[in-house]
Structure formats: structure tokens, C-alpha cells
Design a binder for this molecule. Structure first.
Ligand code: GLN
Length: 302
């Protein structure tokens, strides 16, 4: 049977189609052996058993055929969380941590805000914010009951107790409520984008939204003012080339302080703004100036 070092070297050669063949091989072998990567480096001469070798070979073959590592191991790190992921959920990306960072800049450390994460998937954003802001109450929604079950399991696994999960599309589960902050990583890839072929193992409903990819973002920008208090914020993730379009949509709807943050790779990735007060068209948060400061007028989630 091959040693740890030999098994990794052979797998690395099989995984040349991946951008990260060595890392993929290490993560898969860690999963098979139930050890961490430091252990692999400490014990390169340890021989695999026949069972370990067979299981590893099967995972490497599936990875070579395109299945993402996170679906093969069933988990993925995001922020300080270890999240379970299944093919019902998008695999959380490090880009999305930029959204969490921005949210945490907006939410004071001791705030008891009510926050909504729409299309939560594995629960990544809601659970990261929930962990960092224990006094806040977060509502996480998803149109997929299967994704919501995974998110709920992730709350339990990570012992985050201030996130409530609700089934339904976008604002449907928030009827009659306002939340200080609304966040979302919606689908945003254009429906004919060739990039989708490389993402074929992930749920299409979590990735793609209409001819220009902006269908769900338009819906979120139009709907959020009905669910935000006057000083509430909306933060949205979008594609690397959609920053200008999303800022334009936010401005056209009357959002204030419209701005964009870049992800770790330097791409425009998260845009947001503060709730419109009263727009030229006469709508906004649904408040007039006289009542816009009346916090008691918000309906908090139950
Ligand atoms: N950032 C992901 C990708 O392009 C897509 C995530 C999404 O659509 N929300 O691979």
C-alpha cells in the first residue's frame, strides 16, 4: 500500500484539472483518515490500509470528474465556522466574508438589531453574523427547504442560537416586518454565462438569475425599502463586473450612501446603501418625514 506521501503525490498528478491539486488531495486524504493537514506532514511514511487507499482513490476519481471538494468531504470552512454543505446548498466562498465584514462594521458590538439574511443556503452569512453579534436576532430564509435544513443543522453544529430559519422566497417570510439590516448573496450569474458549466454540481437556483444575472438583485433592491427602517441598510453580493449596475439600481431607487466593497481578489463584490427615505416617486421606507424617526413604528419579527 502507498504511504501518505506517495498517495498524495499520485493524487496530485490525477488532479491536474483542478487549480489546487495538492490542496485538494490533502483535504480528501484528511477526510479519509480523519486527521488534519499538519498530521499528514508529520507522518508522510505512514502506509495507508487497503480500505483507506480504496476510499481515497474513489474520492480522487470523483474530484477529477469535477465534483467540488466540499461536496466530497461534506463540509467547508467559512469565517470562524465549520459548515456542512450538500448539493442542496451553494458552497460558501471566501468572497462572501467581505459582506460579513461590512455588516459587522455597521452593527455596533453590543447592538440588539434584527437582521435578515435572504437566500441563506448553508447559513454562512447569518451564522457568521449571529456568532459575532450575540445580542442580535437574525432571520435566515431560503426558498429551498433542503437548504434550510442544512442551515439549521449548521446552527446546531456551530452552537449559534440567535438565528431563526424560515422557508420562503425573498421577502415572503418577512411579511409586515422591518429589519435594521438586510443582507443577501443571491444568484447573480447571467443564464448563458459559460462560467456556469464549471459550477454544474452546485444548485442552479443559487447561481443564475435571468439574462443579465440581475433579476433577483433587482427584486431585492425594489423590495427592501418595505422591510427596512429609515436608517436600515441593504448589502448585496454580486458578480465582479456588476458593481456599476448594482450601484445604479440602488441610486435609482433612492438609496443613500451607495457604495461598493472589493473582495480579496480586488473585484467589486458587495454593494449596499441605506434605505431611501422618500423617493421622487413618493415611496421609500413607507414613512413620511414626521414619522420616520418613530422607532416604535417598526414591527419587530416575532
Ligand atoms: N461567486 C460565485 C461564483 O461566481 C457565485 C455565487 C452566487 O451566484 N451567489 O462562482
Amino acid at each position: 500500500m502507498p504511504t501518505v506521501a506517495e498517495a498524495l503525490a499520485a493524487a496530485q498528478l490525477t488532479l491536474t484539472g483542478s487549480d489546487t491539486p495538492r490542496l485538494d488531495a490533502e483535504l480528501l486524504l484528511c477526510h479519509v483518515l480523519d486527521k488534519n493537514r499538519a498530521w499528514l506532514r508529520t507522518w508522510p511514511e505512514r502506509a495507508l490500509t487497503a480500505d483507506e487507499q480504496a476510499t481515497f482513490a474513489e474520492l480522487v476519481a470523483r474530484r477529477a470528474a469535477g465534483t467540488p471538494v466540499a461536496y466530497l468531504t461534506g463540509h467547508c470552512g467559512f469565517w470562524s465556522l465549520e459548515l456542512r454543505v450538500t448539493p442542496a446548498t451553494l458552497i460558501p466562498r471566501p468572497d462572501t466574508e467581505t459582506l460579513v465584514e461590512w455588516a459587522l462594521e455597521l452593527i455596533p458590538a453590543d447592538a440588539a438589531w434584527s437582521i435578515a439574511d435572504l437566500g441563506t443556503g448553508s447559513g454562512a452569512i447569518a451564522l457568521a453574523i449571529g456568532r459575532e453579534r450575540p445580542r442580535c436576532r437574525i432571520v435566515a430564509t431560503d426558498a429551498s427547504a433542503d437548504a434550510l435544513a442544512v442551515a439549521q443543522e449548521n446552527a446546531t453544529l456551530n452552537q449559534v442560537n440567535n438565528v431563526a430559519f424560515r422557508h420562503g422566497a425573498w421577502f415572503t417570510p418577512l411579511a409586515g416586518e422591518r429589519h435594521h439590516l438586510i443582507v443577501s448573496n443571491p444568484p447573480y450569474i447571467a443564464e448563458h454565462d459559460p462560467h456556469l458549466a464549471g459550477l454544474r454540481h452546485e444548485p442552479r437556483s443559487a447561481l443564475s438569475a435571468g439574462p443579465d444575472g440581475l433579476d433577483d438583485i433587482r427584486l431585492l433592491i425594489a423590495g427592501a425599502p418595505h422591510h427596512l427602517p429609515p436608517d436600515g441598510w441593504l448589502l448585496l453580493e454580486h458578480g465582479w463586473d456588476q458593481g456599476a449596475a448594482v450601484r445604479e439600481l440602488l441610486q435609482r431607487h433612492g438609496y443613500r450612501q451607495v457604495q461598493t466593497r472589493r473582495d480579496g481578489a480586488g473585484h467589486e463584490r458587495i454593494s449596499g446603501g441605506q434605505c431611501p427615505l422618500i423617493t421622487a416617486a413618493g415611496h421609500g421606507c413607507g414613512y413620511t418625514w414626521a414619522t420616520s424617526r418613530d422607532a416604535a413604528g417598526w414591527k419587530q419579527p416575532g
